[in-house]
Write a protein that binds this ligand. Structure first.
Ligand SMILES: [Zn+2]
Length: 144
């Protein structure tokens, strides 16, 4: 995620065109904001075109919820997801039990001073300058 390399094959840089880096997403299950996916937060790294084609055919999550191909011109680092800890009775860190909704809420870098006991597991990027693209057309164009 940090180097914007493909999340599947890792050796390839993510696909990038004038419209930006290629990400795959699913539409939110709750009310979709009218400007979605502008400003969406993701901890799924971008992909190269070949791996994106494979992912939409084989990824169970994408098959179940429907893949949306997104290009983002400005995928800026936003923060992290991980586990929040508090100080236990013996002064050792103890994981904080959070609700399912709060479990996947990213911690923005701007708030890191408020959460000194946070074990990050994945980087999060905020996708700006976003457009939804036709993945099949992009793959066909790339093969010409
Ligand atoms: Zn790849």
């Amino acid at each position: 995620m940090q180097g914007l390399r493909c999340q599947v094959c890792i050796v390839s840089p993510a696909s990038r065109t004038a419209s930006g880096y290629l990400f795959l997403a699913t539409r939110p299950r709750d009310a979709t904001p009218p400007d979605w996916p502008e400003g969406v937060l993701t901890w799924q790294p971008p992909l190269c075109l070949d791996c994106a084609a494979t992912a939409v055919e084989r990824c169970p999550h994408l098959l179940k919820h429907g893949a949306v191909a997104i290009r983002a011109r400005v995928p800026r680092l936003y923060g992290v997801v991980g586990t929040l800890y508090t100080t236990g009775a013996d002064l050792r860190p103890v994981p904080v039990v959070v609700s399912d909704e709060a479990k996947d809420v990213p911690l923005p870098y701007k708030d890191h001073l408020l959460r000194p006991w946070f074990l990050a597991s994945q980087l999060v990027r905020e996708l700006r300058g976003v457009s939804v693209v036709d993945l099949e057309r992009e793959i066909a164009t790339a093969r010409l």
